[in-house]
Design a protein around this ligand. Sequence first.
Ligand code: P70
Length: 458
Amino acid sequence: MQFPAEPFRIKVVEPLKITSREEREKLIKEAGYNIFMIPADSIYIDLLTDSGTSAMSDNQWAGLMLGDESYAGSKNYYHFEETVRHIFGFKNVIPTHQGRVAENLLFSNILKEGDVVPNNIHFDTTRANVEYHKAQAIDCVIDEGMDPQNLHPFKGNMDIDKLEAAIQKYGKDRVPIILLTVTNNSGGGQPVSMQNIREVSAVAKKHGIPFFFDACRFAENCYFIKEREDGYQDKTILEIAQEMFSYADGCTMSAKKDGLVNIGGFLAMNDDQWAQRITNMLILIEGFKTYGGLAGRDLEAIARGLKEVLDENYLRFRINQTRFLGEMLDKEGVPIVKPVGGHAVYVDARRFLPHIPPEQFPGQALVVELFVRAGIRSVEIGSLMMAKKDPQTGKMIPPKLELVRLAIPRRVYTNMHMQYVAEAIIEIYREREKLKGFTIEYEADFLRHFTARLKPIA
Ligand code: P70
């Protein structure tokens, strides 16, 4: 079978607007060639992010009706707490309205100026939250994880030597926490092996440093372990998750990914003192400890989503849908990051458009063309989003990779949608010499990709 069939059927539909090429040309021009500025209802297939874009199940929607909106002690909180404890195993469960608040609360309570936080690769918001506290975010992923062609099965693994070297260099007193992001989003949605998790945990224990997961896509990581790592083929996803989290002291979580909800997150940890300090701050900025910025019904949807995401039929479909989109592209020679990760396919724009230099944003050229030609929204992760400026000359220092991410929302699009996406990209690939680069007309001082205005090079 070419595709794994969807393990769900459609009960409610959301009609999609089909626009003409002329309409899309006008829209993107008005948007300053910035895909973040396009109204979502003018997009046919939206692959901007897999975060908060999941379709909830009938069971989750039914759960919303059981929302207990009591200020304190909502019954949905207890269901949520019990579910998180069962899967993640951590004693204290602190709800937040999304992942970056969990990060902020954690770092506000443990980081001080000059500290260092190692991770496989920090996601942008994690890095920003570390740096906001005047600490340094260090990426210690294995070298294979930075090579788009390397077929290592666990490209999200932490390089244990790099981790040890960082602890040696800065001293363990300046490393208040070790993080591990599963799957490794910034490296292409690549998994971390259980063996590697054990090794990271051993290093953390040896030095007495707490070890936390950034657990957004934990279930997808567990599926890869089951598929690829010896000894896990006969274990359930729940058993794999429980083992994985047993090696750590806590986690931050954006439930907008593997929680299968549109909003929500949490922090969970074993240490009572940390939990108490963080809870006090939660009450200051998010709300009481039994709702943390969410409604009771949201907590119910998360509790139900966390159980559903462990379903192996769901995960098999999920991971294979992403993989098959990647394989359709790969078969036609379109350069992509391999192996395909869990939540997205990443097109290698540098090899796709070698005639467009990084200063002219090859990834953005592809993003714009994909929208104009087919109404598909993707996102550039290259020189527009990630470049740094040389402080002396002001010249742009391009990042290592020029990528375009096609992130797949969970349970939202069918395989036929994926085929449409693949065909559009393959068509563009065949005519790739025609694509031209862009220059920047306006940019903000930081996070410029969100608001930049661009101009096509004639
Ligand atoms: C994404 C979104 C969010 C995220 C994450 C990891 C590993 C924490 C968070 C923060 C963000 C995004 C990027 C581009 C376009 C739209 C959205 N990732 N850790 O798509 O969680 O958003 O709940 O605060 O991936 O990768 P939260």
